[in-house]
Design a protein around this ligand. Structure first.
Ligand SMILES: [Zn+2]
Length: 268
């Protein structure tokens, strides 16, 4: 009898500590992130700074001519993205514009050789100068807005803020791609098809080992299917549950009454 009580009590303690551990991680996340954000922006402390109502751009002199464009596109999509995701950042969002992608990768701790056009990490956005990926013959503003990283990375920042770091990679990528689709009609991996779509487990535990295009595409399709069926409000609600420390599966179930794995499996 006594043994049973001890077993029960230790199970209870384990349960409570697991429950609160996640809450503590989630609660302390903004403070930890703020410290990390400072060290990221310190990397660009010699850069020039220009701000608009909601954004701060840091840049080197050779990119000064692109600053109005970056701020224009960021401000243009600010209202829609913050409405969609139900949250406005408390501070201005920092965008660091790099003319040296190698430095960007080093500062944002991306593996060497893996060059991205934009990155989000710890509360700060980095982008590669448009000069390095848009050729002079192209329509600079149209290409930068449609194919550029601003909406995508800003969506990552909001997800991270609301969910307090508590989300799988595929979910934030799906939301970022959904925002690109809603804002710029950009469809990731259009025309590319998988023989067998990735399962929720593969996306959750193996995202970085999967085929990049197919993994992003599947993430986009799942998030889009969630909003098609349950509306954008469901995404806003799920993000809030994540921010309270619930897992994605529990959050999804709480908002929709449906098991996430079953929902994903039902999508072909
Ligand atoms: Zn992304």
């Amino acid at each position: 009898m006594k043994r049973k009580i001890i077993a029960f009590v230790s199970a209870l303690i384990l349960f409570i500590s697991l429950y609160y551990a996640n809450k503590i991680v989630v609660a302390s996340y903004p403070y930890v992130r703020e410290i990390k954000e400072k060290s990221l922006t310190d990397n660009a402390k010699d850069y020039k700074t220009t701000q608009s109502e909601h954004f701060i751009v840091r840049y080197t002199p050779q990119d000064e001519k692109y600053v109005p464009l970056v701020l224009k596109i960021a401000e243009k999509h600010y209202a829609n993205v913050t409405d969609d995701l139900g949250y406005k950042p408390h501070n201005k969002t920092v965008i660091i514009m790099y003319h040296d992608p190698e430095k960007m990768n080093r500062d944002f701790s991306l593996a060497k050789g893996d060059t991205a056009m934009g990155l989000y990490l710890n509360g700060a956005i980095s982008i590669v100068s448009p000069e390095l990926w848009i050729s002079p013959g192209q329509d600079l503003e149209r290409v930068f807005e449609h194919d550029g990283p601003i909406v995508h990375e800003f969506a990552h920042l909001i997800v991270d803020d609301v969910a307090r770091g508590n989300y799988p990679v595929w979910f934030t990528e799906g939301i970022a791609l959904l925002e690109e689709y809603r804002e710029n009609s950009f469809v990731w991996g259009e025309g590319v098809t998988a023989d067998k779509p990735y399962s929720l487990k593969e996306l959750t535990y193996n995202f970085n080992q999967l085929d990049e295009t197919l993994a992003y595409k599947r993430s986009f399709e799942i998030v889009k299917a969630i909003t098609d069926k349950y509306g954008m409000q469901s995404i806003r609600d799920i993000l809030k549950c994540l921010g309270k420390g619930l897992s994605l599966n529990d959050s999804f179930y709480k908002i929709t009454g449906v098991d996430l794995e079953k929902f994903v499996d039902s999508l072909k």
